[in-house]
Design a protein around this ligand. Structure first.
Ligand code: FMN
Ligand code: SF4
Length: 503
């Protein structure tokens, strides 16, 4: 059996309509992969295991908008549904999604079009491809130097300098190389990559074409979140349009792979495992993907937003991009949802504050109590921190993170114990289970919170030790961050925990 046949496992199950009777045996016969192995891989993925069930989102923004009541009503009416960790539709909370339906996406609020934005979601998407022309004219060293000058860092969560990755792949002696687009956007509170592809698909196609041309890769893999069918179609259509216009290199093949409903596959090495037809379990690093990624070959994996900044950097210069930022280089797409009148995706100078973002989102519905600056993994900050710069460095200094910039706003009606529980449920559901500190720790955090809610005043006494074990012993960022929502809620809102004990 070759690795290539194994890669077909997930695709064949998807084409068969999910893991229904007889499918694992058919896939075994078609690929040579043992049936038990096929079954074991498929059951990891929600969309393969439960291909037809309607999903109701129980992510934080949807919880704030009443998903709990929606779930209770469906349960009472015996209507079949699955409670989903997050559907990437925080702007239409409380969201639901039908795998068999049309599922039109909401018309999201955006920043007005402007020439001083690197992505400019409300701008006109065109076939100019001037960044690609500049890359062809000036060569690989110029491209990577320009990225270095721009200071652009990864927009998927880790904030790693892009030029280091590009140079890392360029410097490999192996000639088999891959470019992978991470469009598996799954962090609760985050829906920006969805909008980049829907509104500016050619920026993404051009950015990927620049990467493949510069790094001499002949295959581009676009891994798109499974719940985002319209997004995948928009990207495919843009590739077809650019191909028809003769803009793309002939020696580069474009591949589109749907995610299958597992948040952890947004982690880059879990994504690679999934592309290779296995359970999406993160790999130990090093080696990093730039050295040994897809099929063991040098691989550039980049987030959608990061890739979409590349054309403007090359067309207008790295210095232009760097100067757009306030505290760190560039502009950034910030998502805002929760208790705001105008949930949306707002592009602003890196380092804008939540106070300024709230102005864009129409203020707060009610009185601001807390906010989560960068998705579930960033924990909670109190209203008093509304002026902290929303950038990678500043948020790290206050014990949080920018992550994917999925801001969620909580008003004074929110019970922080409940909010922490919502995030704990998310991490427990989405842990891949590979390493004990995360698998057991996420369960313990959720159980301790539930016991505390039921009146056990001592339930949280070992939380610091559990969190330490998770931070130190987890392979990937999920386990390392999973206790942060609870720890930050206890730190900034001690009265809410105390009042439960004393009442
Ligand atoms: C648990 C977890 C989930 C992640 N989910 C995503 C995701 O949905 N999209 C994404 O682009 N990066 C995600 N990342 C970050 C990726 O591992 C990786 O850093 C990113 O794809 C690199 O691209 P960038 O440098 O352009 O950000 C996640 C990381 C972790 C630890
Ligand atoms: S930290 Fe959690 S999600 Fe990450 S590899 Fe370990 S078990 Fe899997």
């Amino acid at each position: 059996m070759t690795d290539r046949r194994r890669e077909e496992v997930l695709i064949r199950i998807e084409h068969a309509g999910g893991l229904t009777a007889g499918v694992s045996n058919d896939v075994h016969v078609g690929t040579g992969v043992a049936e038990a192995d096929v079954y074991g891989v498929a059951t990891f993925y929600s969309l393969l295991k439960h291909p037809n069930e309607v999903r109701v989102c129980q992510g934080l923004s949807c919880h704030l908008a009443g998903s709990g009541e929606k779930i209770d009503a469906l349960s009472a009416a015996d209507t079949p549904f699955l409670a989903a960790a997050c559907l990437g539709r925080c702007d239409e909370a409380p969201a639901s999604w039908d795998p068999r339906g049309k599922n039109s996406l909401p018309d999201v609020h955006l920043t007005a079009a402007s020439d001083d934005l690197s992505i400019n979601l409300a701008g006109v998407d065109s076939l100019s491809y001037t960044g690609l022309t500049a890359a062809r004219d000036n060569g690989a060293d110029w491209v990577i130097d320009e990225l270095e000058v721009s200071g652009v860092t990864g927009r998927g969560g880790a904030g790693f300098p892009a030029h280091i990755k590009w140079r890392g792949v360029a410097n490999q002696s192996v000639t088999e190389r891959y470019v992978v687009l991470n469009a598996d956007e799954g962090e609760p509170g985050t829906f920006k990559d969805r909008e980049v592809i829907l509104k500016r698909p050619h920026l993404v196609v051009e950015g990927l074409a620049i990467a493949a041309h510069t790094l001499e890769a002949h295959d581009i893999y676009c891994y798109v979140r499974g719940e985002f069918g319209a997004v995948r179609d928009a990207l495919k259509a843009a590739v077809e349009e650019a191909t028809a216009a003769g803009l793309l290199d002939d020696d580069v093949a474009w591949h589109f792979v749907d995610g299958h409903g597992a948040y952890i596959c947004g982690e880059e090495t879990a994504l690679l495992e999934s592309l290779e037809g296995r359970r999406g379990m993160p790999r130990m690093k090093p080696p990093f993907p730039v050295e040994a990624g897809f099929r063991g070959a040098p691989t550039l994996i980049q987030n959608v937003e990061t890739i979409a900044t590349i054309p403007a950097i090359l067309a207008r210069g790295g210095t232009w991009f760097r100067k757009l930022g306030r505290t760190e280089p560039g502009t950034k797409l910030y998502c805002v949802s929760g208790h705001v009148p105008r949930p949306g995706v707002y592009e602003a100078p890196m380092g804008i504050s939540m106070a300024e973002l709230l102005d864009m989102a129409g203020g707060v519905t009610g009185t601001l109590k807390a906010f989560s600056p960068g998705g579930a993994s960033s924990g909670f900050l109190p209203a008093s921190m509304i002026n902290v710069a929303l950038d990678f460095g500043s948020l790290q200094k206050v014990g949080s993170m920018l992550g994917s910039a999925g801001g969620v706003v909580l008003n004074a009606t929110v019970d922080m114990v409940e909010a922490a529980l919502v995030q704990a449920v998310f991490f427990e559901d989405e842990s891949c289970g590979q390493c004990a500190p995360c698998r057991i720790g996420t369960q313990l955090v959720r159980q301790a919170l539930e016991r505390f809610r039921r009146g056990d005043a001592d339930a949280l006494e070992h939380i610091d030790d559990i969190a330490w074990g998770m931070q130190e012993g987890s392979i990937c960022g999920l386990g390392q961050a999973a206790a942060l929502p609870l720890l930050s809620a206890m730190k900034y809102f001690p009265d809410e925990f105390q009042s439960r004990v004393s009442s």
